[in-house]
Design a protein around this ligand. Structure first.
Ligand SMILES: [Zn+2]
Length: 237
């Protein structure tokens, strides 16, 4: 029986998708002390971010990707420290939920508490930075995530086009060059806004665990696709 070249044997025995598992850092946006926006019903953005980030990490792991949650305890206040939490990561994904400006809000009462809402905008959007060391790879990943979500029926928002230039309009990706978490890193990075938690109907959708899992599945499919074409990801280490 002829001897099989060692490299070929390795290829045949490896997982079909990646020779070595790529590593992805999934960042929970904001902190317990400064939890970001507040939903129409008074829930903190940090809680939304943590729920979805956990689902995204699980969906990545199910695809053979080594996903590491960053700031799941809500204690990493420094945005510079977040990419450093997983130095071996091939890709950094920060999970957020969107809001609107103060002047766009309408007061209402929810279960006896004074809250505020805006039903003007709903939907997800994505951000990349031209100051990231790998802006093209970052954009490829953001576009892949956005394309997959829209193909699954998730409807994006153009609300952020009012202030942020399009990087990929078809897939709802914007340039946001000075976001520290996107450029104080050595790896491609994307910030994902899952939806507008000040929108009363969308808030309920964003709290639905079944929908969270479905959205996470779409995000993970997009990440897996972009890692396949990222030359450094999953290479021998
Ligand atoms: Zn946020």
């Amino acid at each position: 029986m002829p001897r099989m070249p060692f490299a070929l044997l390795c290829l045949l025995l490896s997982a079909p998708a990646f020779a070595h598992p790529p590593v992805v850092a999934v960042d929970v946006g904001h902190t317990l002390a400064a939890p970001g926006a507040t939903s129409a019903r008074g829930r903190s953005e940090f809680d939304f971010n943590r729920d979805l980030a956990r689902e995204v990490a699980a969906a990545l792991i199910a695809r053979g990707i080594a996903a590491h949650l960053v700031n799941v305890d809500g204690q990493i206040a420094s945005l510079r420290d977040r990419p450093k939490a997983v130095p071996e990561a091939d890709f950094f994904l920060s999970i957020h939920h969107d809001s609107v400006s103060e002047h766009e809000l309408t007061p209402w009462t929810w279960q006896g508490t004074a809250q505020s809402y805006s039903d003007a905008y709903a939907g997800h959007s994505l951000f990349v930075s031209q100051n990231n060391p790998a802006p093209a790879a970052s954009l490829t990943c953001a576009s892949a995530i956005g394309a997959r979500l829209q193909r699954m029926g998730f409807v994006p928002t153009d609300k952020n086009a009012r202030r942020r230039a399009w990087a990929d309009r078809a897939n709802t990706v914007h340039w946001y060059d000075n976001l520290i978490v996107l450029y104080r890193t050595t790896k491609p990075a994307v910030l994902f806004e899952a939806g507008v938690i000040k929108h009363r109907d969308e808030e309920l959708l964003l709290r639905d665990p079944v929908r969270q899992r479905r959205m996470a599945d779409g995000i993970a499919t997009g990440v897996a696709a972009c890692l396949q074409v990222m030359p450094s990801a999953g290479s021998a280490r």
